[in-house]
Design a protein around this ligand. Structure first.
Ligand SMILES: C[S@@+](CC[C@H](N)C(=O)[O-])C[C@H]1O[C@@H](n2cnc3c(N)ncnc32)[C@H](O)[C@@H]1O
Length: 236
């Protein structure tokens, strides 16, 4: 991976056209959240995958990985190659955020990025090789989580990958901080949340393993006060 700076610039530049706040949001999130670099380091996306990003927000995951591909193709990359040929479909409850992502990314990447407003519980998951859900699962009740995990498992064939990040409800004060910040940001963004549906890490992993996934858990809070873990769940 090259130094973070050129990748950050390439991934966030498209958001300039969508306004100051969106651009700053993209810079803040992609610049400080460790998961985006980790997704490249751990090489979790196979080439040419059809990716569905549930709770995609402004499409930052697509922005990051497609910018990495461009830098690689332009010869501005050192180290392991980023994934090539990814296509993204995203579903986001806040339609204006999905619109923002489309306005930023479609002029550059065309139909390779298609984000739409909607509830991820109703999403069409057909044709996906990779399903991503970063920091979203705990917004829906436990029974809905179970149903959605069943749906994700059914949609992914052999070699399919489900990538998620969850909070570890067993991690004491760090988890309390995560929840407090989470509820604050979501309320600023216009969500009306009365509670979150969290679980200790072992329970998240069990929910995936009992569905036949092989799970790799990677701590994902470096440089933050949070209690987050990235789970890369593969169908063998
Ligand atoms: C913490 S943000 C993460 C956004 C994005 N995954 C990222 O990493 O940049 C959680 C997102 O999930 C969305 N969300 C929450 N519940 C949802 C649902 N039922 N269906 C679709 N999106 C949902 C929120 O609107 C919000 O944009």
């Amino acid at each position: 991976m090259p130094s973070r700076k050129p990748l950050l610039a390439a991934a966030t530049r498209p958001y300039r056209a969508t306004g100051f706040i969106n651009h700053q949001w993209a810079r803040g999130k992609l610049g400080h959240d460790p998961i985006f670099a980790a997704l490249l380091e751990h090489q979790v996306f196979p080439d040419n995958a059809s990716v569905i990003d549930l709770g995609c927000g402004r499409g930052l995951l697509a922005a990051w990985l497609l910018a990495a591909e461009r830098l690689f193709q332009d010869g501005q990359w050192s180290g392991a190659a980023p994934p090539q040929g990814l296509r993204f479909r995203g579903v986001e409850l806040m339609a204006r955020e999905a619109d923002c992502g489309n306005r930023a990314l479609q002029p550059l990447y065309g139909e390779r990025v298609r984000l739409q407003g909607g509830d991820m519980r109703d999403a069409d998951l057909s044709d996906a090789n990779v399903i991503a859900m970063l920091d979203v699962l705990h917004y829906i009740p436990y029974a809905d989580q179970e149903a959605l995990l069943d749906k994700i498992r059914a949609a992914l064939g052999s070699g399919g990958v489900f990538i998620t990040r969850v909070g570890d409800a067993g991690s004491g004060w760090r988890f309390a901080i995560s929840q407090w910040v989470d509820m604050g940001i979501m309320s600023i963004q216009g969500h009306r949340l009365s509670r979150l549906w969290c679980r200790p890490l072992a329970e998240w992993i069990k929910a995936l393993e009992t569905r036949g996934f092989t799970v790799q858990a990677v701590p994902m809070s470096e440089g933050t006060p949070f209690a987050n873990v990235m789970l890369v769940a593969r169908i063998p």
